[in-house]
Design a protein around this ligand. Structure first.
Ligand code: PMP
Length: 305
């Protein structure tokens, strides 16, 4: 990913892709205190637009606040940086990655006195869990790793260090031939995927774990809430057990990267008919209509680049 043409926005300037470098004594590289976002721009019917840009930027600032980091730019500037980077790389659609980190002035656990930096990169990224998975559903394994407890590394911040746990869970699941991991919280209730929120459907009602299970407050998750309302589907946030997932009718993951990915199997137990369920397909279609600019009701969620 690093050896290519293009531009990356770094601390207020567009720099050549290959020159977007940091020092090995960067504080965040040693202690993991940093935060990022994952945002997508779509090639909509009205041209390239970023989906829910303000919400993603707000979450980045929330993550920074939780981590006691002060971003040396305004939200407006961070929004502009994301649009600029998509434009500068001539991308029609893109995955956008803003990241904040602590500089290399000094080491030691306390980051005080170090500068906070921000970069934004963008590149093409297709279906995160595969095109095939979008149609047929993916195979998921309950992880032997527990999702962070809400009072450990802070689950509402999209922190760099939270992802060690996601990496372990994802590697374990994929090493065993599954597509993705499902993590339970410290009490054994369903939390989320390694990089996705979970939804299950039973008797026409849509359920998702409430945030006390430590899942990230996903922006796609929130989009699904609106879609359910539009489709007349009841949506309930509650504690969910893994066996409730085994016996549900349909299940799917959501995320900026994963979009709406159906789940056909958990721990070799077939979910529903073992393929993408009909309500999941309806929700997925509504989602892609919104992000691609085909639903005027949500035009304000799309920011032209
Ligand atoms: N949970 C985790 C751990 C994630 O990494 C992501 C992706 N950002 C999500 C949930 C989904 O969040 P969003 O819909 O905002 O991308």
């Amino acid at each position: 990913l690093h050896d290519r043409d293009g531009k990356i926005w770094m601390d207020g300037q567009l720099v050549d892709w290959r020159d977007a470098k940091i020092h090995v004594l960067t504080h965040t590289l040693h202690y993991g205190c940093g935060a990022f976002e994952g945002v997508r721009a779509y090639d909509t019917v009205n041209g390239t637009a970023i989906f829910r840009l303000q919400e993603h930027t707000q979450r980045l600032f929330n993550s920074a606040k939780i981590l006691r980091m002060k971003i040396p730019f305004t939200q407006e500037q961070v929004n502009d940086a994301q649009r600029e980077v998509v434009k500068a790389n001539n991308l029609k659609s893109a995955y956008i990655r803003p990241l904040i980190w602590i500089g290399s002035e000094k080491l030691g656990v306390s980051p005080k006195g170090n500068q906070v930096h921000l970069m934004v990169a963008a590149w093409s990224w297709g279906a995160y869990l595969g095109e095939e998975g979008m149609k047929r559903g993916i195979r998921v394994k309950t992880s032997s790793y527990t999702r962070h407890h809400v009072n450990i590394t802070m689950t509402q911040a999209k922190t760099v260090s939270n992802y060690t746990n996601s990496i372990l869970a994802n590697m374990e699941a994929t090493d065993e031939g599954y597509d993705e991991a499902l993590l339970l919280d410290a009490s054994g209730f369903v939390s989320e995927g390694a990089g996705e929120n979970l939804f299950v459907i039973k008797n026409g009602v849509v359920y998702t774990p409430d945030l006390s299970a430590g899942a990230l407050n996903g922006i796609t998750r929130n989009t699904i809430f609106s879609i359910c309302q539009d489709l007349g589907l009841k949506l309930v946030e509650k504690r969910i057990t893994r066996d409730e997932v085994y016996i549900c009718d349909e299940a799917f993951f959501t995320g900026t990267a994963a979009e709406v990915t159906p789940i056909r199997e958990l721990d070799r137990v077939e979910i529903g008919s073992g393929s993408r369920g009909p309500i999941t397909e309806q929700i997925q279609t509504a989602f892609f209509d919104i992000v691609n600019g085909r639903n005027p009701k949500y035009a304000s969620w799309l920011t032209a680049v």
